[in-house]
Design a protein around this ligand. Structure first.
Ligand code: R5P
Length: 292
């Protein structure tokens, strides 16, 4: 197995390779003055099982093109099998046509991966795992929620209630609860299809005088998490923590969440961020050990 740490996941790629004791294939990359991406393999991948580690986080169009260039080059250079590890896999939110005439981005991106020779995709807490699996590519969707819950347990937060913003995210609260053992629930959320603004509705949550941890897959603008924190605090929770797998933290997302009363925001290193305290490298290494 040859690990190719992509420009977007260089450090993570090195960590995974180290855990596996696998060979690393460094690539040269640069951006031309007009913004176009350039990729060059610095060694031979003929006949190799190539694992490209490249998160598709913002700037996602650049990171996606880099992933496609790496995969296509590996194919041309004679790689036997190409696996893409995209810890954060963008474009999964537009997984269907919500408004007439829209492009279904998830479908387009997967078609491009298939065309460039990618045979398997390993991702983490994908926003649309079921739909991704129906696209014709072999997908392994890992979960980093257990790592987040273990982190909070180690911080002495066993027994905190695990919450999720939205019914769709409830599985994450259930997963965390298995470790934190403080019960779980979810808040009702919906998103305005035109403005994109998150609306969180108050339900009955047993959070009074308790510590609560809100788990979500993504913190993007922070609107959803900030609203959820505000409501949980209003319902009388003692300390409220925000946890996410993919801390995209667009604009002042972190500040917004802290301002609404969160004690701390914790994320993983699926995307580079100042709050990525938890590494998903062991999760990826383990999946690769089993797969190849
Ligand atoms: C939504 O379905 C996702 O699980 C996240 O809640 C959402 O992507 C967060 O976005 P934002 O931080 O912009 O509210």
């Amino acid at each position: 197995m040859v690990i190719v740490p992509g420009p977007a996941s260089h450090e993570l790629g090195l960590k995974v390779a180290e855990l596996l004791g696998a060979k690393i294939m460094p690539i040269e990359y640069k951006s031309f003055p007009d913004g176009e991406s350039y990729i060059r393999f610095t060694g031979d991948v003929k006949g190799a099982h190539v694992v490209i580690i490249q998160t598709i986080s913002p700037p996602q169009d650049t990171h996606l093109v880099q992933a496609l260039l790496m995969a296509d080059a590996a194919k041309d250079l004679g790689a036997k099998k190409i696996i893409l590890v995209a810890p954060y896999f963008a474009y999964t939110r537009q997984d269907r046509r919500f408004l007439e005439g829209e492009a279904v981005s998830l479908q387009t991106v997967v078609r491009l991966l298939i065309a460039t020779g990618v045979k398997g995709l390993i991702t983490i807490n994908s926003h649309s795992p079921n739909l991704l699996e129906k696209t014709g590519i072999k997908v392994r969707n890992l979960s980093a929620i257990g790592l987040l819950a273990e982190y909070f347990k180690a911080q002495g937060l066993s027994g905190a209630i695990s919450l999720a913003p939205g019914k769709r995210a409830a599985v994450m609260a259930v997963e965390a609860e298995r470790i934190l053992k403080g019960g779980c629930d979810f808040l009702k959320t919906r998103r305005d299809l035109v403005t994109g603004k998150a609306v969180v509705e108050v339900g009955k949550l047993g959070v009074k005088d308790r510590d609560a941890i809100i788990f979500d897959d993504i913190i993007s603008t922070g609107g959803t998490m900030a609203e959820a924190v505000r409501i949980v605090k209003e319902l009388g929770a003692r300390r409220v923590y925000a946890a996410c797998v993919h801390p995209l933290l667009i604009g002042g997302a972190g500040e917004k969440i802290l301002k609404n009363g969160a004690e701390k925001i914790v994320g993983t290193d699926t995307v580079p961020s100042p709050i990525g305290a938890i590494s998903v490298a062991p999760l990826i290494a383990d999946a690769l050990r089993r797969r190849l």
